[in-house]
Design a protein around this ligand. Structure first.
Ligand code: ADP
Ligand code: MG
Length: 261
């Protein structure tokens, strides 16, 4: 059988596409048989690996892709970069622990969670990013259509589920109990990253029910790391740099509320 035909049958698309280059390189470097075979197979493996990352990145549905390397830690001194580095090692995903990122608007909560999500994707984990609003729409619709069980099951599948923006919208009792069911499902099985602009004390208001909020926090925080960012909005810094804002803090904070509301 002809070589390209054989590679096609073996589904070695990447090697097939780069066959000439691989062979030329091998000839140039006078590789022995074993080294050549190793190089050729590595070409195929590398291609598959990258394709897997691209597919998982698409499935993760990040709002945008930013990495932890793009995060400016000097701008956010309240954030412990050692703690972020530790999280980036992903042992929390391995152990099904959670991460909660708290802080006012614009301090980089979504950026950090997406950055950790990208790391997890690169490491081969299945990841899904949802805003609280889209999560709720999904669960409430599933409940109306009598397929809540299946929907909850699907949401337990990603090894890392990210729920962004807790606290902007208060939840109804029904929504809060759906959120609780999801947290219970994932508890000790797979990780959550939750971001919120509200401190834990205010979660009773988010969930419209203090008992339920306590039960949610109990499971969420049992095995977890909390990053509490206390700094200034990065969005404001950029506006200020562009000369769109003055220096006074009170004015700046008002502007931020308008931007993020
Ligand atoms: P939050 O989710 O806390 O409201 P975001 O993560 O959406 O904030 O950050 C707002 C914007 O500012 C994003 O474009 C983000 O990439 C950027 N950003 C925030 N903090 C930093 C930082 N410390 N270094 C670099 N970019 C940052
Ligand atoms: Mg955000």
């Amino acid at each position: 059988m002809e070589l390209t035909n054989l590679l096609g049958k073996l589904k070695m698309d990447h090697l097939e596409a780069q066959l000439d280059v691989v062979c030329e390189q091998a000839a140039k470097r006078e590789l022995d048989y074993k080294s050549f075979l190793s190089e050729a197979l590595q070409t195929e493996w590398q291609g598959r690996h990258l394709r897997g990352i691209e597919a998982r990145l698409r499935l993760a549905r990040f709002p945008w892709v930013k990495t932890l390397d793009q995060f400016d830690y000097d701008f956010q001194p309240s954030l412990d970069r050692k703690q972020v580095r530790e999280l980036a090692g992903l042992s929390f995903v391995e152990r099904a622990h959670n991460v909660v990122i708290l802080g006012p608007p614009g301090v980089g909560k979504t950026h950090l969670s997406v950055g950790l999500g990208v790391k997890a994707v690169e490491a081969g984990y299945s990841v899904l990013f949802l805003t609280l609003e889209s999560l709720m729409t999904r669960l409430v619709r599933a409940q109306h259509e009598n397929r809540l069980e299946r929907s909850l099951q699907q949401l337990t599948y990603p090894k890392l589920l990210m729920i962004d923006e807790l606290g902007y919208l208060p939840l109804s009792r029904t929504e809060a109990s759906l959120f609780f069911r999801l947290v219970v499902r994932r508890y000790e099985r797979s990780s959550l990253i939750v971001t919120s602009n509200k401190s834990f004390l205010d979660w009773g208001e988010i969930f419209n029910d203090h008992v339920l909020a306590t039960a949610i926090l109990d499971r969420l925080l049992h095995y977890s790391t909390t990053l509490n960012i206390k700094g200034e909005s990065y969005r404001l810094k950029e506006k200020r740099k562009a000369g769109l804002l003055g220096q006074p803090r009170a004015e700046a904070e008002n502007e931020e509320v308008i931007t993020d509301a």
